[in-house]
Design a protein around this ligand. Structure first.
Ligand code: HEC
Length: 705
C-alpha cells in the first residue's frame, strides 16, 4: 500500500518535472529538415539496432529518371501522413508512399515558371505545413518560393502570384535583378515560413536579408536586415560608403526553430566579395553570424559573429541543433552550431551566453593593399574541434615520396600553419580547414538520451591565391572574373570533371549557343539571366576569342568601378597531387562524437575509403564527404556522404563500423528515418555529383520480413 502511494507521488513529481521542462518532442517524427522539430537528426525508433543492422536490405528504390551528366540530389526527404516528400535532380517535387516507394504525385515547377526560368540549382528539401484540412508543401525553385497541396501535388494558386513568390522582390533595395536560389527549405512558425537564400559570391550579390512569408497568402510579413540599414544595430560595424550596395550575409544553410520559445536560429555566410573586403572595412555584422530572431516579428534577440570581416568564405554551413545538456549540475537548453572551421559554438538558447568561454585570439593580418582584417577572431575553448586545426609542412601527404615531393614543390612559395592566414598578394596561402569545411551542409546529429553530438568533416587543405584586378586588359575579362572566375578559375581551366574547363569553347559553341547557355545555366551552373544582354555578349566574345567589340572599349571606370575588388581569388582549389590525391596526410574524411556535457571528444573515426589506395595496402584514408548523419535510439548512427558510393552504420557508443552497403550513386545527402506499417525505414537520396557519377534514385533500407 505504502509503496503504491510513493509510486503515485513519484509519478506526479515526474510529470511536474516534465511539464516544467519544454514540451516533449516526438522523436519518431521526420517531418522537418533535420528530422524532428529540433533539427536533431535523431530517431527514437529501435526496430533497427546494433544487433540486427547488418541484415538491412533494400526495401524499395524510387528512380527519378531525370539525372544529367553532372546533376546531384542534395535533398533530405521528409515524411508525413505516410507520404515521403522529396525533389529530383531537375527539381521536380514528388510524394511517394513511404512504405512502398510508389509515386503518388509529381510536380514540375517549370510548368508554372515557364522555360525562361529553367535553372533552379539544387534543392535540399521541402517544408510541410498544415492547419485543419489545408496541408501544404512549400519549396524553393531558383528564386521562387512555391506552395503545393500536400495531398494532390496541385499548386496552391492563392499563394503569392499564381502559386509563387518572387524572392528577388522586397529586399529593400532598388535592384531586383539578383541571382537567388532558395536551396535550403524554410522553417515554419505558426502561419509563417521563414526563408533564407543562396546568393552570388560576387559583388553582384543581393543583401541576404531574412524574410517571413504568410503560408496562405505568400505576403511578406517581416524582414530582418542582415546587412543593417542606417540607424539599425550593427550599421556601425561597416566602415564603408558602399554598404547599401554590398550583398551576402545570407542564410543558405537552413535554420532551426525553438517553437516553445518562438526563437528562430539563423546561421549566415560571408559578405561579398568573399575574398577581398577593402571596400567593406569593419566587422561586417551580421555576416558569419548565428542570429537568434523573434520568429513572430523578426526582431533580433541576440547574435554571435564567428568570423569578423571574413575573407575566407567561412559561411556557417548547416542549420544548428537545439540541444539540452547538463553542465555543473544544471540542465541547460542550448544551441550548437557547427562550422567550416572545425569548431562547434554552443550557447544558452535564451540569452546567447556561450556555454564554454569563447576567447578573442590575435590572428595574422592582411598585407593586401586596401584590406584591413580583424586583429582578433573568436575561438571556443570547448567543445574540442572535430578535426585537425593546423596544416604544416609535416602534415603533407606521406603515403609515398612521389606525392610528398609533388606537394612540397607546389607549396614551395606558400604560407601555411595558421587557419587565419589572410589571402596574400604575392604568395598562395593554404586554407585549412578548407573552403568546404570542416563541417558542411549535411549538419550534425544530437542524441538527447546521451547528450552526444555527431558531426562528419572534410579534412582537406585548399589553396587561395590572389590576382590583382589591375591586370585586366579588357571588359570581357573583368566580367568573366566577377561572375565566372570563382568556379571556372581565372585561368579558365577550372576543376574538371565537376566544373568543366572553358578553354577551346569555340570548338563546341557558336556565339548564340554560348550566350543562350550563359543565360539559362545548366545543372550546377547558375543561370546568368540577371546580367545585361550587353555583358553576356561581351563575355561570349571574350570566351570565344573573338575580337573585342566596340563596347568592350568601355572603361572599367563605370559607376561601380570603385566597388570592384582590387584583388580576385584565383579559383576554388583543393590542394591535390597530379594524380588527384589530397595534399595532406589522411584521413581526409572524419566522423566525430562529442560529449556535449563536457565538450570532450568521445571517439573519432575515418569516414570513407578510396578503393585504389586500399587495393595497394593503405589503411582506409576517408574521402571528401557531403551530407550528414542520423543517430537512433537503436544505438546506430547512419551516414552516406562519402565519395565511395556507400552508406554505413556505426555503433554510436564506440564508432565501430557495423554495416555498409553500396549505393547506386554517392549519397551526397542526409538520410531520413521513419516507421510505416510497423516497419522502420532508412532512406537516402543517391544523386552522385561532386565529381562522382550522377544518379537518380532514392533507396530505402529495412530489415527482412
Ligand atoms: C557556381 C559555379 C559556376 C559559375 C559561377 C559559373 N559556372 Fe559555368 N559551369 C558550372 C558547372 C558545374 C558546369 C557544368 C554544368 C553541367 O553540364 O551540368 C558549367 C558549365 C559551363 C559551360 C559548358 C562547358 C562545356 O564544356 O560545355 C560554359 C560554357 C560555362 N559554364 C560558362 C560559364 C560562364 C560564362 C560563367 C559566368 C557568367 C559561368 N559559367 C559561371 C559552374 C559554374
Amino acid at each position: 500500500m505504502k509503496s503504491r502511494i510513493f509510486f503515485f507521488l513519484g509519478s506526479l513529481l515526474l510529470i511536474a518535472c516534465q511539464s516544467e521542462k519544454s514540451k516533449q518532442i516526438d522523436y519518431t517524427d521526420w517531418s522537418h529538415y533535420g528530422g524532428p522539430e529540433d533539427g536533431s537528426r535523431y530517431s527514437s525508433l529501435t526496430q533497427i539496432n546494433t544487433e540486427n543492422v547488418s541484415q538491412l536490405e533494400v526495401a524499395w528504390t524510387y528512380r527519378t529518371g531525370d539525372a544529367t551528366e553532372r546533376s546531384q540530389i542534395q535533398c533530405q526527404p521528409i515524411v508525413k501522413n505516410g507520404m515521403l516528400y522529396g525533389s529530383t535532380p531537375s527539381l521536380d517535387i514528388f510524394a511517394l508512399d513511404a512504405g512502398t516507394g510508389e509515386e503518388i504525385w509529381r510536380f514540375d515547377p517549370f510548368e508554372i515558371l515557364g522555360g525562361e526560368n529553367s535553372w533552379a540549382g539544387t534543392n535540399r528539401g521541402v517544408t510541410y505545413w498544415e492547419k485543419g484540412t489545408d496541408k501544404r508543401i512549400l519549396f524553393g525553385a531558383g528564386n521562387w518560393l512555391m506552395a503545393l497541396d500536400a495531398v494532390t501535388g496541385e499548386p496552391k494558386l492563392d499563394f503569392g502570384e499564381n502559386g509563387k513568390v518572387d524572392l528577388r522582390k522586397n529586399l529593400d533595395t532598388e535592384r531586383e535583378d539578383f541571382l537567388i536560389v532558395a536551396n535550403a527549405p524554410g522553417v515554419i512558425y505558426e502561419d509563417l515560413i521563414i526563408m533564407g537564400m543562396r546568393l552570388s559570391e560576387g559583388l553582384d550579390a543581393a543583401p541576404g536579408h531574412i524574410r517571413a512569408y504568410n503560408v496562405l497568402t505568400g505576403e511578406m510579413e517581416w524582414i530582418f536586415h542582415t546587412i543593417p540599414h542606417e540607424g539599425e544595430f550593427g550599421f556601425e560595424t561597416w566602415d564603408s560608403e558602399y554598404i547599401s550596395e554590398i550583398g551576402g550575409a545570407n542564410n543558405w544553410a537552413g535554420m532551426t526553430i525553438d517553437l516553445d520559445r518562438g526563437i528562430v536560429f539563423v546561421p549566415t555566410g560571408s559578405a561579398t566579395y568573399d575574398f577581398y573586403g577593402g571596400y567593406r572595412h569593419g566587422d561586417n555584422l551580421f555576416a558569419n553570424s548565428l542570429l537568434a530572431l523573434d520568429a513572430k516579428t523578426g526582431e533580433r534577440i541576440w547574435h554571435f559573429q564567428a568570423v569578423h570581416h571574413d575573407v575566407w568564405d567561412r559561411d556557417f554551413p548547416a542549420n544548428p541543433n537545439l540541444i539540452t545538456i547538463e553542465k555543473d549540475g544544471k540542465v541547460i537548453d542550448a544551441i550548437a552550431q557547427i562550422s567550416k572551421q572545425g569548431h562547434t559554438y554552443v550557447f544558452d538558447r535564451t540569452t546567447g551566453e556561450p556555454i564554454w568561454d569563447i576567447n578573442e585570439v590575435e590572428v595574422p593580418q592582411s598585407i593586401l593593399p586596401g584590406e584591413v582584417t580583424s586583429p582578433t577572431q573568436p575561438i571556443p575553448s570547448l567543445p574540442e574541434p572535430f578535426m585537425n586545426m593546423v596544416f604544416e609542412k609535416e602534415d603533407i601527404i606521406d603515403l609515398n615520396p612521389k606525392w610528398n615531393e609533388d606537394i612540397e614543390n607546389q607549396l614551395s612559395n606558400a604560407l601555411m600553419g595558421n587557419t587565419w592566414l589572410p589571402p596574400n598578394p604575392d604568395q598562395p596561402i593554404v586554407l585549412f580547414p578548407g573552403m568546404d569545411g570542416g563541417g558542411e551542409w549535411g549538419g550534425a546529429a544530437f542524441d538527447p538520451e546521451t547528450q552526444t553530438f555527431y558531426v562528419n568533416a572534410n579534412q582537406i587543405p585548399w589553396v587561395i591565391s590572389m590576382t590583382p584586378n589591375a591586370k585586366f586588359e579588357n571588359l570581357g575579362q573583368s566580367i568573366y572574373t566577377n561572375y565566372c572566375g570563382n568556379c571556372h578559375g581565372l585561368d579558365r581551366k577550372a576543376n574538371p570533371p565537376a566544373i568543366p574547363s572553358l578553354i577551346g569553347l569555340e570548338e563546341k559553341y557558336s556565339r548564340d549557343s554560348l550566350i543562350a547557355l550563359i543565360k539559362k545555366g545548366r545543372g550546377a551552373m547558375p543561370a546568368f539571366d540577371y546580367i545585361s544582354e550587353e555583358d553576356r555578349l561581351i563575355l561570349a566574345d571574350y570566351l570565344l576569342g573573338n575580337a573585342p567589340v566596340e563596347s568592350d572599349k568601355k572603361e572599367l571606370e563605370s559607376e561601380n568601378a570603385q566597388l570592384f575588388p582590387r584583388y580576385y581569388m584565383d579559383g576554388y582549389k583543393r590542394l591535390t597531387t597530379k594524380d588527384g590525391l589530397y595534399g595532406s596526410k589522411p584521413p581526409w574524411g572524419l566522423l566525430t562524437a562529442i560529449d556535449m556535457n563536457t565538450g570532450l571528444k568521445k571517439w573519432q573515426v575515418t569516414l570513407g575509403e578510396i578503393d585504389s589506395l586500399s587495393a595497394i595496402g593503405f589503411e582506409p584514408t576517408g574521402t571528401e564527404n557531403y551530407g550528414g548523419p542520423v543517430v537512433t535510439a537503436g544505438g546506430v548512427l547512419f551516414i552516406a556522404a562519402t565519395k565511395d558510393e556507400k552508406i554505413r552504420a556505426f555503433d554510436k557508443e564506440t564508432g565501430a563500423k557495423l554495416w555498409e552497403a553500396k549505393l547506386p550513386a554517392s549519397g551526397h545527402a542526409t538520410p531520413a528515418m521513419y516507421e510505416m506499417n510497423g516497419k522502420q525505414f532508412l532512406v537516402i537520396a543517391c544523386g552522385g555529383g561532386k565529381g562522382t557519377p550522377s544518379g537518380d534514385s532514392y533507396v530505402a533500407f529495412a530489415l527482412p520480413e
